[in-house]
Ligand binder design. Structure first.
Ligand SMILES: Nc1nc2c(ncn2[C@@H]2O[C@H](COP(=O)(O)OP(=O)(O)OP(=O)(O)O)[C@@H](O)[C@H]2O)c(=O)[nH]1
Ligand SMILES: [Zn+2]
Length: 210
């Protein structure tokens, strides 16, 4: 069991124009400072709020790196939740759980020709070290057991369903394709082929059908 530690208002988004609340927790198990952003009081006002479990990506979320789509997904999610309400779980799972320095080592290998999963394996890590049990604790602490889930990753859906959270529907994020040699097309294609992500990279920056 986890519980809410503190909850306070702040404005977020690229122009700091979107009202939200940030929530911290007691009793999480990973030892990481995961937080939730709540939009429009959705945990209290909505029976089945939209949620997203966003894994931290410093290079994408903060620096908008061309190597991935994380920052664009984060902005898309914040805008969507501004419109419709929702709960964004920001999970401190940098590099799919291997950490920032290891991810940078993986980038070095990717620059030499490996794909994202091969690079992880070469460094001695599994494809994906994330588990979502703290995310489940956070949802439970917020009293959420019925949700709509924003993701393209079937592992996240399965993790919630296996933990007894009712996922009523899944909403995909857009394909945020960045062209060129330093772009993320290969990264996105690898996620589809190897990670079973439900992403149509030929829909470039258009909403997926839901
Ligand atoms: N190890 C490693 N991690 C990466 C790499 N690129 C991005 N990440 C991490 O991947 C995580 C995001 O996971 P993704 O697989 O892109 O997407 P997802 O969160 O599983 O799925 P969505 O919900 O659809 O976004 C973040 O923690 C990033 O830091 C990479 O090349 N190597
Ligand atoms: Zn990223």
């Amino acid at each position: 069991m986890a519980e809410v530690r503190a909850r306070v208002e702040l404005n977020v988004g690229q122009r700091s124009h979107i009202p939200a609340e940030i929530v911290s927790f007691e009793g999480l198990k990973d030892g990481e400072e995961h937080v939730a952003l709540v939009f429009n009081g959705a945990d209290k006002n909505q029976e089945v709020p939209l949620i997203r479990m966003h894994s931290e990506c410093l290079t994408g979320d903060v620096f908008h790196s061309s190597r991935c789509d994380c920052g664009e997904q984060l902005n898309e999610c914040i805008e969507e939740m501004h419109q419709h309400g929702g709960v964004l779980l920001y999970l401190r799972q940098e590099g799919r759980g291997i950490g920032l320095y290891n991810k940078i080592d993986a980038y070095v290998l990717q620059s030499q020709g490996m794909n994202t999963y091969e690079a992880n394996n070469h460094l001695g890590f599994e494809d994906d070290l994330r588990n979502f049990s703290d995310a489940v604790l956070m949802l439970q602490a917020l009293g959420l057991d019925h949700v709509k889930l924003m993701t393209n990753n079937p592992r996240k859906l399965n993790a919630l369903r296996n933990a007894g959270i009712q996922v009523e529907s899944v909403v995909g994020t857009q394909a945020h394709v960045k062209a060129g040699e330093s772009g993320n097309r290969h990264y996105l294609a690898t996620k589809v082929e190897h990670g079973s992500h439900m992403l149509d990279i030929d829909t470039i920056n258009k909403p997926k059908s839901k």
